[in-house]
Design a protein around this ligand. Sequence first.
Ligand SMILES: Nc1nc2c(ncn2[C@@H]2O[C@H](COP(=O)(O)OP(=O)(O)OP(=O)(O)O)[C@@H](O)[C@H]2O)c(=O)[nH]1
Ligand SMILES: [Mg+2]
Length: 454
Amino acid sequence: MELTEISYIEDTIVANATPLIPSAVSIVRISGKNALNIGKKIFRKDNLEPRKVYYGKFYSHTGEVIDEGLLIFFKAPNSFTGEDVIELHTHGSVPVIKKIIEEAIFYGARFAKPGEFTKRAFLNGKIDLTQAEAIAQLIEAKTERASKIAINMLEGKLSKQINSLRNILLELMALIEAELNFPEDVESVDNNLIREKLQQVIDSIDRLISTYKKGQILTNGIKLAIVGRPNVGKSSLFNALVGYERAIVSEYQGTTRDFIEETISIKGIPVKLLDTAGLRHTEDKVEKIGIEKAKEKLNEADIIIFVFDASEGWTKEDEDIYEEIKQKNPIIVGNKIDLLLDKNQRNNIFKNIIYVSSKTKQGISSLEDKIFETLNIKESSDEEIYINLRHYKALEKSKEILENSLKNLEMLKDQKEILMLDIQEAEKYLEEIVGQITTEDVLENIFSNFCIGK
Ligand SMILES: Nc1nc2c(ncn2[C@@H]2O[C@H](COP(=O)(O)OP(=O)(O)OP(=O)(O)O)[C@@H](O)[C@H]2O)c(=O)[nH]1
Ligand SMILES: [Mg+2]
């Protein structure tokens, strides 16, 4: 591993691995050269064998008993960080955890920075960068699906793909290099072969890039704004989707003034629903502000549900609002179908209208299906991986260089050195993703987003 610019860390770190809240059991973790020594002192036991669970008392340096619990010693390199690690399993009492950490610090450890345990695991070659990121992603995951995706990354599925692309480029570089070094003995590399290989890598990069936006949707979710003229039943629909009477509903126009938001899960996707004030011309000062906010939310939203009152039909006011928002491809919902006795009364101005009754809940699950369909996300699979922004940027750069090389291939016929340099640079960007070459800045950025103790 080329990590010359990163100094190996000599000191020993300590932190609570579980949150500082009252609980049944908590874990304090110590990692580094001095970990075993500190463990022995706190536990008052001289002989600790690796991977054994010891039961005993934890002592302060002044000799008082802090708590009793378990100790496990993981000997380097067979630990999460690759260093000597001591785990102390205490009762989940906040003062006890704090005291044990203080004692470890007394014996020479330092309180860990966010993500420092994982950073050490990376620096010691236990995991690569995509796997380190996957740990943070797993901890942050809000849905089962998001956690499964993180596990796929943690298992190295992204690294595997990146490395196989790197190999194609490295093989290509080897061929060109041989030609450059031994022009007499080696046949020149066929341009068709180069073209084919470059295209293959570009296509794979494209596929990975396309996972970025969807990954963002899966992990961070989307914003969905419900808009329409007053009284069509936006708040009622909001409540139907949320599952309880969250927003005020009334027969008066202009009931909703401020927007209301609530996060729900649609097939595992976090959806932040926004109920907004009915859009109309009004002289009411407060309502006007609400309408302004509604317009703001409309622009922020990833998806818009445009509600009209199906029992009244498509009115001039509906048409006016629709004209304003149609470029955002809203899902059109005809509400209050329970008031329509005759199905034929349904308005067929648009092909894609979803008819619902927020009152009887009829059609609500079709609407949820429609929302999910709009996101264009497939059902979850075991191979599912989604890249993050850091990967995305590196892939974009790599792709740009390779596309350029591809374009200049004919021109560069006699200048294989340039081609060689380009491929080398493109490969470096791929290397960056798995973290074979990284600067301290990049690492800082990744690990500072972790919580303490990870
Ligand atoms: N029968 C029937 N009545 C509904 C339905 N949805 C809403 N309503 C009624 O329509 C009226 C307006 O509902 P709201 O949900 O407050 O409408 P809104 O679009 O949020 O209105 P504003 O906040 O004023 O813009 C209320 O009297 C609701 O009970 C429905 O599906 N069926
Ligand atoms: Mg309302």
